[in-house]
Ligand binder design. Structure first.
Ligand SMILES: Nc1nc2c(ncn2[C@@H]2O[C@H](COP(=O)(O)OP(=O)(O)OP(=O)(O)O)[C@@H](O)[C@H]2O)c(=O)[nH]1
Ligand SMILES: [Mg+2]
Length: 464
């Protein structure tokens, strides 16, 4: 008998747990769960006749990369074409038997699909095939659970997992609860399996309260930045586009980067000096992916708020990706969902060291949004990028003439801090200054302002 079957046979049925044994998770609980050393997965792209004929291979390669990012090993990949959906299994019985044979032959830890099944379908498939059945959302949630390091990140991932789990609870547990570790068992893990609906709902409410408190703290920090008029720039885009690599080049952030999907989860903000010597804070955000689970977007809204309040969005794209257009579109859709599509955007075509050809070259030539081409890894085009950031975030200036009192040197010094002083003329009647002042600071200087032409023509002279 294949070993995979023996392993499952040895597992005890999921125990009934009484209410008194429940203990809500606390923020300090370890989320780690023991996992088998080798995790072998089969990845499957499901295609119905209505699905576009192309895209299955791309979907498979993305699934493979996601499994690798979850430290799983992909032993085989297949496209499963279906004529219709079987409500009980989604797949036809014939396909289910094929997958069962495959699971036994490869001793699979699980089968990963590029869609999410209904809870009943998951239970039926698990029972029939005898291995873990993993949907795309569960896979992504698993990666997020691995990557969450900060307190906030962990809370957000747990919230997303519980929000995903809650409507999918069937009976007293999950179909998948009977099979060992691996993808889908990290994060709140086994403990989550023991929670009933009410307890999950309580925990969700607790997590939301905790996150709201963190958010208030973030609001305070943001207000401080606003008060000090610090320019804020959010780096965002598809996962693996090179956002963290770029942040490290622009600042001294030292954020870990990796050729993995969702390498970054926790936002990092670092200062950099722009070419016009203004200070800007750059924030690296969680990467996007197409069909990002709604529960994840909801849970990460607080983190993504950095994007909402940024003065400029820097949309980093991997110019060498074969799915570049879809990646740009996905990012734009998510920005739309976040209601920030109207913000100034700079599109950065990264990884041009691999050659700027095909779609990327065409998009750059016909760009309707400000765009630059760079290589973050080889530091190509970084100066141009910073010039563009400076140009797009430059506060509007108003040219005006002021007359300060003859002894107004302190005022003049303050003006130098806030404005671009073009000329100064000292006389017995006062210090005459020609300056470009930030529109936001104009009100402070209104009483010293000389309206152009005011001395030559009285205000009503023009009406005559
Ligand atoms: N060839 C090349 N590779 C790059 C460039 N910029 C980044 N990379 C590589 O692309 C991979 C992903 O880079 P990251 O900076 O981690 O990407 P990210 O956008 O932060 O990804 P997530 O955090 O997963 O969303 C890494 O292996 C980088 O070394 C570049 O300009 N050229
Ligand atoms: Mg990153």
């Amino acid at each position: 008998m294949p070993r995979a079957r023996q392993r499952q046979k040895g597992l005890k049925p999921f125990p009934e747990i009484s209410d008194s044994q429940f203990r809500p998770l606390s923020a300090n609980d370890s989320l780690a769960v023991a996992t088998p050393s080798r995790e072998a997965y089969l990845v499957c792209a499901l295609r119905l006749p209505k699905d576009a004929s192309t895209g299955a291979e791309l979907s498979l390669s993305e699934l493979e990369r996601l499994v690798h990012s979850a430290s799983g090993e992909v032993v085989d990949a297949m496209i499963v074409r279906l004529r219709a959906v079987d409500p009980a299994f989604y797949l036809t019985r014939g396909k289910v038997q094929q997958l069962k044979a495959c699971a036994e032959a490869f001793e699979l830890t699980g089968i990963v699909f590029d869609k999410d099944f209904s809870p009943v379908q998951v239970r039926n498939l698990t029972d029939e095939i005898g291995t873990r059945i993993i949907g795309r959302t569960e896979l992504i949630l698993d990666i997020f659970a691995r990557r969450a390091h900060t307190h906030e990140g962990k809370l957000q991932v747990e919230l997303a997992q519980l929000q995903y789990v809650l409507p999918r609870l069937i009976g007293k547990g999950f179909a998948m609860s009977r099979l060992g570790g691996g993808i889908g068992t990290r994060g709140p893990g086994e403990t989550k399996l023991e929670m009933d609906r009410r307890r999950i709902a309580d925990r969700i409410a607790f997590l939301k309260r905790e996150l709201a408190a963190i958010r208030r703290h973030r609001d305070t920090q943001r207000r401080q930045r606003l008060r000090h008029e610090v320019t804020t720039v959010a780096l965002l885009g598809y996962t693996n586009a090179g956002k963290s690599t770029l942040l490290n080049v622009l600042t001294t952030a030292n954020v870990p980067t990796a050729d993995q999907l969702f390498a970054t989860l926790d936002p990092t903000a670092r200062r950099a000096i722009l070419p016009d010597r203004r200070i800007a804070v750059f924030t690296d955000t969680v990467g996007f992916i197409h069909d990002l689970p709604a529960s994840l977007i909801a849970a990460f809204k607080a983190t993504l708020e950095e994007v909402l309040y940024a003065d400029l969005l820097v949309h980093v794209v991997d110019a060498s990706s074969p799915t570049l257009e879809r990646e740009i579109q996905t990012t734009e859709e998510i920005l739309h969902e976040l209601n920030v599509a109207e913000k100034p955007i700079l599109r950065v075509y990264n990884k041009i060291d691999r050659g700027l050809v095909g779609t990327a070259a065409h998009l750059l030539q016909t760009a309707t949004v400000p765009s630059v081409a760079i290589s973050a890894l080889y530091r190509i085009g970084i100066r141009d990028l910073l010039e563009e950031v400076a140009r797009l975030t430059r506060p509007p200036l108003v040219r005006c003439e002021l007359v300060l009192p003859p002894d107004g040197y302190a005022l003049l010094s303050r003006l130098h801090d806030q404005a671009h002083v073009l000329a100064t003329e000292y006389s017995d009647t006062g210090i005459r200054v020609d300056a470009e002042i930030k529109a936001s600071r104009l009100a402070e200087w209104e009483s010293y302002r000389v309206m152009h032409g005011e001395a030559l023509e009285p205000p009503n002279a023009q009406k005559k």
